[in-house]
Design a protein around this ligand. Structure first.
Ligand code: SF4
Length: 321
């Protein structure tokens, strides 16, 4: 049964809450009078992020070589599209670009700490040109520690790939076993470390979870520790990768686009469409040239064959790490 004498009357309620109600009404009126449809900065931000990303990709290689150390373990054909400066077909997405931008910021911060804490030299140029290998690049940092030459590679990534590598508890409370650093990152760092300019004794891989600031760190000797799929150490993996990159550079020099061939996966019969969740191999889902590649045969093709109009696929996000 209602007890009217114990409940505040409508009158009393209004009187008590009048200032708050008036403020809310004023805010609503103000919001209604704003022109929310006018995107003053949105397009400028999208352009700025896209230009920044493109400039990064088009930065000349350290020693003006055809290929970069960061091409390690990437799809042979994808490397060739990049090296030949074939314009990307799949557009960037603003959220992917924002993630890249944030990653760069964190990267610079960690490099600054390496310099101030350990006296590390940053952005150290390396080149294999004198060895007849068309690969160069910049190591994130190099320093000596306990008499050993250490080369550093920093990678910032989203929470899921970080968890896969570093291990921990997922959002559902399940334990995830650590898989360790990715082979492509060990190879990139190993290529810098094996170069005549650095001659590292060990790699120092640093993963940053962009979403919560956690770090995972690994020190890996260049020699003697099995890290590859068949128990290879870093140097063995690096030598094999340099051979593969040389073969890709030779194809490009001969006017050929290499096979659709992804290390650890093999030849790709049907590249899954760009942007499709769960597509395998994932490399194609995040590939800037997927629609162009899917129009070509899987085997080597003459460069002239890529001058065909292709329809852009769905926008692909940044790679998942
Ligand atoms: S779509 Fe796949 S196979 Fe083709 S270039 Fe890109 S990553 Fe390589």
């Amino acid at each position: 049964m209602a007890l009217p004498h114990l409940l505040p009357s409508r009158h009393r309620l209004l009187r008590h809450h009048a200032p708050a109600i008036l403020l809310a009404l004023r805010l609503l009126a103000a919001a209604g009078s704003m022109n929310q449809a006018e995107p003053l900065l949105a397009a400028a931000l999208a352009d700025d992020l896209a230009n920044n990303r493109s400039n990064q990709g088009e930065r000349p290689t350290a020693d003006h070589t055809l290929l970069r150390g960061s091409d390690a373990y990437r799809c042979a054909r994808q490397i060739a599209f990049g090296a030949m400066k074939v314009p990307r077909v799949v557009p960037y997405t603003t959220d992917g670009l924002m993630a890249f931008d944030a990653g760069q910021h964190h990267h610079t911060r960690l490099q600054g700490l390496l310099a101030s804490k350990f006296g590390a030299e940053l952005e150290v140029p390396v080149s294999y040109k004198e060895q007849g290998i068309d690969v160069s690049g910049h190591a994130d940092a190099v320093y000596r520690w306990s008499g050993k030459q250490r080369v550093v590679e920093i990678k910032s990534m989203k929470a899921f790939p970080f968890l896969k590598s570093a291990g921990g508890t997922d959002n559902f409370g399940r334990e995830v076993k650590p898989e360790g650093p990715k082979i492509e990152h060990m190879l990139q760092c190993g290529i810098y470390g094996y170069s005549p300019q650095i001659q590292a004794d060990e790699l120092y891989l640093v993963y940053l979870n962009k979403e919560d600031g956690r770090l995972a760190e690994w020190i890996i000797p260049m020699q003697g520790e099995p890290v590859g799929p068949d128990g290879e150490d870093v140097i063995t993996l690096v030598k094999a990768e340099l051979d593969r990159l040389s073969a890709i550079a030779a194809d490009i020099g001969n006017g050929l686009i290499p096979w659709r061939n992804i290390p650890g996966y093999g030849v790709v019969k049907d590249p899954p469409p760009a942007g499709v969740k769960g597509g395998q191999p994932w490399n194609c889902v995040y590939c800037a040239w997927q629609p162009l590649c899917a129009n070509l045969p899987a085997s080597k093709v003459p460069v002239a064959q890529i001058n065909q109009p292709v329809t852009a696929g769905a926008p692909a996000d940044e790679e998942p790490f």
